[in-house]
Ligand binder design. Sequence first.
Ligand SMILES: *Cc1c(COP(=O)(O)O)cnc(C)c1O
Length: 227
Amino acid sequence: MPFLDLAGRVSEIRERISAATARGGHGQQVTIVAVTKTHGADAVEAAFAAGITDVGENRVQEALRKMPEVTAPVRWHLIGHLQRNKVKSLKGFALLHSLDSARLANAVAAYGTESGSRMPVLVQVNVSGETSKGGYEMSEIEREAARLRTVEGLDVRGVMTIAPEGASERELRAVFAGARSAYAALVTAGHQATELSMGMSGDFEVAVEEGATMVRLGTILLGARDA
Ligand SMILES: *Cc1c(COP(=O)(O)O)cnc(C)c1O
C-alpha cells in the first residue's frame, strides 16, 4: 500500500525538527514542504491527509499536470529551475524557491506586474559554488538584493539553497550559514524576508539547527523515487 503510515512519519519528523530547533537556538517556526516530484496526485492527497499543507515540485510541466487532479487545498511551491519563457506557469504556485538569476528575476517581475500583484520568491544562492548548481553566487547577493528593491512585481521573501550531496557536517554548516548571511543581506537591503528554505531528507536537521524555516523533504516522507 502506498504512503503507509505517512502521518506517523510526519509526526516523527516534526519531533526531530523540534529537537533540532532547540539545539540550534534560532527559535524559528519550520514548515515542511513535501516534495512530491515523480509521484502522482495521490501522494499530494496522502500528504495533506497526514497534515502537510505545502508541497514542492521541481518541474513546471509535471506540477501543472498534477494540480487539476488534486482536490486538497495545498500550497504549491516551485523548487526547480524555471525557464524565463514559462513565467506564466507561476499562476498556480504560492512561492518560487528558485529565483536563480537577474534575468529570471526580471521576467518574474514582469509577470507579477502584469498580473497585478507581486510574485512571492526566494533568492536561490549557490553557496558552495558548485558549477553544476544554479543560483546566485554569494558575491552577487548584496548588489542584487539592492537592485531587487527597485524591481516591481516581486515579493522577495527570503533565500533558498541546496547543499552539496555527500557533504560533511562541517561543510553543511558552512553552506547553511552562508545562506543565512545571504538572508541577512536581503533584510539589510530592506526586503520583508522571513524564509530560509534549506534542508532535504539527508541534511534537514543540520539545516534546522542553522535556522531553516522551510525544509524540502521528498524521500524521507514518500519513499524512493522512480526517476
Ligand atoms: C528533490 C528535491 C528535494 C527533496 O529531496 P529528498 O532528498 O528526496 O528529500 C529538495 N529540494 C529540491 C530542490 C529538490 O529538487
